[in-house]
Design a protein. Structure first.
Length: 128
């Protein structure tokens, strides 16, 4: 395995961990996480339902990232989610500043994979 592949794998594992830990921890400590939801999404369903539904999305996203399949899309979604979490919780920036770094990992992974996925499609279309 080349160093580029190891680097890609390390990015995917690190990014996936950032999306696996919160929903798993929320099973035992939901109050630690519910406060990160913006006010405008709360109140439609009970807070714990919202939290665990979002957790399911996070787990699915993490598994998709770990799979490496069409990695551009889950990486872009991860970037958008992390960016949104920071933007809607600027008052907690002392805690969330790390999410900027993780979002940058997601964006880098999306940018790296964009050419690969595009190149694979072009190769298939050209009959290569």
């Amino acid at each position: 395995m080349s160093s580029e592949r190891y680097g890609n794998l390390a990015l995917r594992i690190g990014l996936a961990f950032a999306f696996l830990y919160p929903p798993l921890n929320a099973l035992t400590d939901p109050n630690a996480w519910i406060g990160y939801f913006p006010v405008f999404v709360k109140g439609y369903v009970p807070d714990e339902v919202l939290l665990h539904a979002f957790g399911v999305v996070e787990v699915l996203l993490a598994l998709w990232i770990l799979s490496g399949w069409r990695i551009f899309w889950p990486s872009l979604i991860a970037f958008a989610m992390l960016f949104g979490i920071v933007v809607f919780n600027l008052g907690n920036f002392q805690v969330l500043f790390r999410d900027i770094s993780i979002a940058a990992m997601a964006l880098a992974l999306a940018m790296i994979s964009y050419g690969d996925e595009r190149g694979s499609r072009i190769s298939r279309e050209a009959g290569a």
